[in-house]
Design a protein around this ligand. Sequence first.
Ligand code: KIV
Ligand code: ZN
Length: 512
Amino acid sequence: MTDPVIIFDTTLRDGEQSPGASMNTAEKLRIAVQLEKLGVDVIEAGFPAASEGDFEAVSKIAGRLKKTEVAGLARASRGDIDRAWQAVRHAARPRIHTFIATSDIHLQYKLKMSREEVVKAAVEAVRYAKSLTDTVEFSAEDGSRSDRDYLCRVFEAAIAAGATTVNLPDTVGYAVPEEFGELVRYVREHTPNIQKAVLSVHCHNDLGLATSNTLAAIRAGARQAEVTINGIGERAGNTSLEEVVMALHTRANFLKAGTGIHTEFIHPTSRLVSMITGIMVQPNKAVVGANAFAHEAGIHQDGVLKNPMTYEIMKPETIGLSASRLVLGKHSGRHALRTQLKDLGYDLSDDEVELVFTKFKELADKKKNVLDEDLEAIVTEGILRTADVFVLDYLHVTSGTTVLPMASVRLKINGRPVRDAGYGNGPIDAAFNTIGRLTGTASELLRFSISALTGGTDAMGEVTVRLRENGLLALGKGADPDIITASAKAYINGLNRLEYLKTHPVQEEAGL
Ligand code: KIV
Ligand code: ZN
């Protein structure tokens, strides 16, 4: 017998707090639709009071999803709660998530409030949220470093005021598993009305213990886990959805709890989030890393061939990695392409498939086999990127041992064509200098990396850049068989993300 654990996904809120991971509304909507398909119970779609962009994204997601609960985050203030409610009110299943810190260090230095004042603020916030909707979550920020009895008192008051979920965050990733499990047990035993609410946990990964802490909490009776795809989030990130879900799935015999997640969508969802945010998944990442199912040692390979269960505790198919995908080439048609895209988790409209098909044919003319990674790059370039201010129209570079590297570039800026040419230390430098001048931007290039998406000299090159302008950070990604074009695309993608951030400023005081 397994007990159900509610999966609360905060990729679009805490996950978006990863440095440089800002997403626009269309990108968030696409991830939300995929999360619904994955079967998460609650999506925290954003923090509506933080910015107009967040408000717009939460409202759009609320209007779109049919089954999944949509939560909006709010500090314990009427203004924030009103804003969150305005954004989620059209959801089939809305939730307001309000929070205030409960640790003495936060009370003294951040809030400058007494314990009594915080209890009062929490109660007023929950009561007000409850007057707007039935489903109200209350979080005690920095709960793991709060006085235990005070924490129980705040939870008791919040539940009495109408909270249907109380959440215990390990905000700074300080807890260790035994201690955190023990704290959850304590809260369950010392909060008199705890059975009237769901007890949730929300862990950060500063010590690499977020998943372990979450599992310890579930063992101790927590019944909601707050997670993000690929574990992205503030600083070292949040508990990763795929790790918790697959641990519960694989070790149900011991953990005796389960989720309603359709695990076969885990891998496609992980790829989608990585493609949209530009945050790569480390190759050795549990469950979704590129090497998670790769067996290198001969002795392991031999064992796996005789019986996969010798070294594989999970089947790759369970998370949506299919071993027997079609290999597409220039003779493949639309049907094969659509099937492959579906397998990869991309449910595209007819128009979108048509667009991908055109680019796929162009690539297949240059490259014998078009692999999954190539297709994903085409989808990211052509479909997932939307509402760009700057679009690359034309790029020509000259370089070599005897010429000064030069780039000639034509861009469209909000649809208007502009052109220029310039020099640099190398062809990429020349292209970046020219693009920077044409766009009138002054970003600083903090990181530049190139990798080959697949093997062979005809592989697609993937470039990631990290840019900073006036304190704003953005990642950009680009892929192309020509690495100079891939670099220019990545740079322009980063500049587009910076433009988005300039026009959707986050309210300073709303930052968590
Ligand atoms: O880490 C944290 O404490 C949070 C709360 C807002 C739940 O993200
Ligand atoms: Zn958090």
